[in-house]
Design a protein around this ligand. Structure first.
Ligand code: ZN
Length: 160
């Protein structure tokens, strides 16, 4: 029946969305772990037929929303977009240009290190709070660093 099917889809969507929506403070370890879980879920949706390197990112905005992204590759390799920038573009598109990022999580499904690349660090710098924690897969396991340590002396627009 149509109504039954509709209800099923709705509850499926809510369950999926609920997995990555948090209203608790992000400073504690549990919240960062949750954000990392959101990033991992996003990595499942990566389009990576060329590298098979599947990355997911989750941005926690100051308003509490969590926005995820996955890497999207292209036959013209240079047009590939990383998970962090995919999430950022999505966040601005959904919430507008005044967003501020309070925390970032990045991980991958390849059991490899995947700190944000240089291009993503510069792109995040435009919207992120300097002390925002960034949790990511590193050579020696999961690591958390303040953004300002990942990109010191960032080139950014001066905010008034
Ligand atoms: Zn990147």
């Amino acid at each position: 029946m149509y109504s039954g099917r509709g209800n099923g889809l709705a509850s499926e969507f809510m369950q999926s969305a609920g997995g990555c929506l948090m209203d608790a403070g992000i400073k504690d370890e549990l919240a960062l772990d949750d954000l990392l879980r959101c990033a991992r879920e996003a990595a499942e949706r990566a389009y990576a037929p060329y590298s098979s390197f599947r990355v997911g990112a989750a941005l926690k905005l100051t308003g509490g929303a969590v926005v995820t992204g996955a890497n999207v590759e292209n036959a013209s390799y240079g047009l590939t977009i990383c998970a962090e920038r995919a999430a950022l573009v999505r966040a601005v598109s959904e919430f507008g240009p005044e967003i501020r990022i309070a925390a970032v999580a990045v991980t991958n499904l390849n059991d490899a290190a995947s700190p944000p690349c240089g291009a993503c660090r510069q792109t995040l710098a435009e919207f992120i709070l300097p002390d925002a924690p960034v949790i990511f897969s590193a050579e020696d396991g999961v690591r958390t660093m303040p953004f300002s340590a990942l990109l010191p002396q960032a080139f950014v627009k001066q905010r008034k």
